[in-house]
Design a protein. Structure first.
Length: 184
């Protein structure tokens, strides 16, 4: 009996390992996506609704160990919205020698194949109110407004891909990405 009591007492006193965190440790409420791994909050424009990221696929040939789908929101059933991903920096792939920072990510995105009929509108480098540094590329793809926005958190890039029905909608999506907040 003493042995059982001692074993029970020791099992309470010995800490158990907490489950490992993942870049995909995030959830959305009615207006905000919160990621507990990266410690940030993101509020999307009101005209978008969260969309299940498990139904989206990473581009062919990417490594699951370095890219993680975090959040997605769409404009109703239309093909417009935001996809947010985390990409581990400085990881060599068959396509790159590793992406060092958000500016290098935008450099890579900017190499569009001619058949996409892309016209670059502007490129920006800025810091938001929380001190996060962003790089943004605004462009049209076959006439439709789009953007790629990236910032760095630790060993990762947090990347937004936005495409919109109108320039005004794209401006709201870009504004929401740039307003991403760090939390303690």
């Amino acid at each position: 009996m003493r042995l059982i009591l001692l074993a029970a007492l020791l099992s309470v006193m010995i800490p158990t390992a907490a489950p490992a965190q993942s870049p995909m440790d995030g959830n959305a409420d009615t207006t905000t996506y919160q990621n507990t791994y990266f410690h940030f909050l993101y509020s999307w424009p009101k005209f978008l609704q969260p969309y299940n990221v498990s139904s989206l696929a990473l581009p062919h040939g990417t490594s699951q160990a370095m890219e993680f789908m975090l959040f997605s929101a769409r404009q109703g059933n239309e093909p417009y919205g935001i996809v947010m991903m985390a990409e581990k920096r400085n990881v060599r792939t068959q396509h790159t020698n590793g992406i060092a920072n958000s500016a290098a990510f935008i450099d890579l995105v900017q190499r569009f194949p001619p058949e996409l009929h892309v016209v670059i509108q502007q490129r920006k480098h800025f810091k938001n109110a929380d001190g996060l540094v962003f790089d943004e590329l605004d462009y049209t793809e076959s006439g439709g407004p789009s953007s790629a926005i990236a910032t760095e958190i630790g060993e990762f890039l947090i990347v937004f891909k936005c495409n919109a029905k109108s320039a005004a909608d794209l401006a709201e999506m870009n504004k929401s990405a740039a307003a991403m907040r760090l939390r303690q």
